[in-house]
Design a protein around this ligand. Structure first.
Ligand code: AMP
Ligand code: MN
Ligand code: MN
Ligand code: MN
Length: 275
């Protein structure tokens, strides 16, 4: 079976519209697809009618939050996108993104890179502003020569654009997801550059507050990373998830993951697979 429980569309920082994403997923043989845009479910609303016998669709989200000074991403899978409390919290996430964008722009102004807020807002064209919009501005202005270098120098972890204070706590977003009937999953656990001890502390607390899943496979992991994450998943008695983290057709990760890649962990998709 081929699954993909972590994907992005133009509703956040992805390059394909929700419909194009579903079309590409079908072409790649994906049988269970979750759309997990950053802090929004806007992409999913138009998709419900697109599911069919060959492809099961799951409403999802990738929520930004903080834990112990680190910006963590939590996937919410199988949520009710019309849950009123959840919808209200997402309005808060959008405000947080806008406040963050203003702070990032002020900091870039101080470096002499002026006009970034207006440029990022124009690139966002109505959706919430993300760091990739600032990265695109920095590339377009010739301040850096690539998106990767924009993140390395200015926007990535520990750099001036890495602002955590605006985000809710990990326990909060887990609560929102659960209240909307979804399953909370820690996304890409090895992208936070935490020590093993700190990652374990985070997983213990995540589990404690109701978190149920770990993204064992994100994109195309090395055998070492896979082995380590399978082990953590079992140790903390979490359900395993797998997703490409697809953003653009031209980028490093294509849609679709072999379900068996998470074995011997218990797969989170057992919950939604047609019996
Ligand atoms: P945000 O959601 O606004 O905090 O922006 C984070 C997003 O930026 C991630 O989800 C990626 O899509 C993108 N991103 C992070 N690091 C890099 C990088 N080094 N190069 C390109 N894009 C990146
Ligand atoms: Mn992204
Ligand atoms: Mn992420
Ligand atoms: Mn993602």
């Amino acid at each position: 079976m081929i699954v993909d429980l972590h994907t992005h569309t133009t509703a956040s920082d992805g390059g394909l519209s929700p419909l194009e994403l579903v079309q590409r997923a079908r072409e790649r043989g994906v049988q269970l697809l979750a759309v997990t845009d950053h802090d929004t479910v806007a992409g999913f609303a138009a998709l419900q009618a697109e599911a069919g016998d060959d492809l099961q669709l799951l409403a999802g989200i990738e929520l930004s939050c903080t834990w112990s000074g680190v910006n963590i991403h939590v996937l919410g899978l199988g949520i009710d996108i019309n849950n009123p409390a959840f919808v209200a919290e997402l309005a808060g996430q959008r405000n947080a993104r806008d406040s963050r964008a203003q702070v990032i722009a002020q900091r870039l102004d101080k470096l002499g890179f002026e006009g970034s807020y207006a440029a990022a807002a124009e690139l966002a064209a109505g959706r919430a502003i993300g760091r990739p919009d600032f990265a695109r501005f920095l590339v377009a202005q010739g301040h850096v020569d690539s998106m990767a270098s924009a993140f390395d120098k200015y926007l990535g972890s520990g750099k001036l654009g890495d602002i955590k204070a605006v985000w809710p706590a990990l326990a909060e977003v887990v609560r929102w997801i659960r209240e909307a009937g979804g399953v909370a999953v820690i996304a890409h656990p090895l992208q936070y550059k935490m020590t093993n001890a700190k990652l374990r502390r985070m997983l213990a607390e995540f589990k404690d507050v109701g978190g149920e899943g770990l993204e064992v496979c994100n994109g195309r992991p090395s055998p070492q990373d896979l082995g380590y994450l399978r082990q953590l998943c079992q140790q903390f008695d979490l359900e395993a998830s797998a997703g490409s983290d697809f953003h653009h057709p031209s980028s490093w990760s294509e849609l679709g993951c072999e379900a068996k890649i998470v074995a011997p962990c218990k797969p989170v998709w057992d919950r939604w697979q047609a019996q």
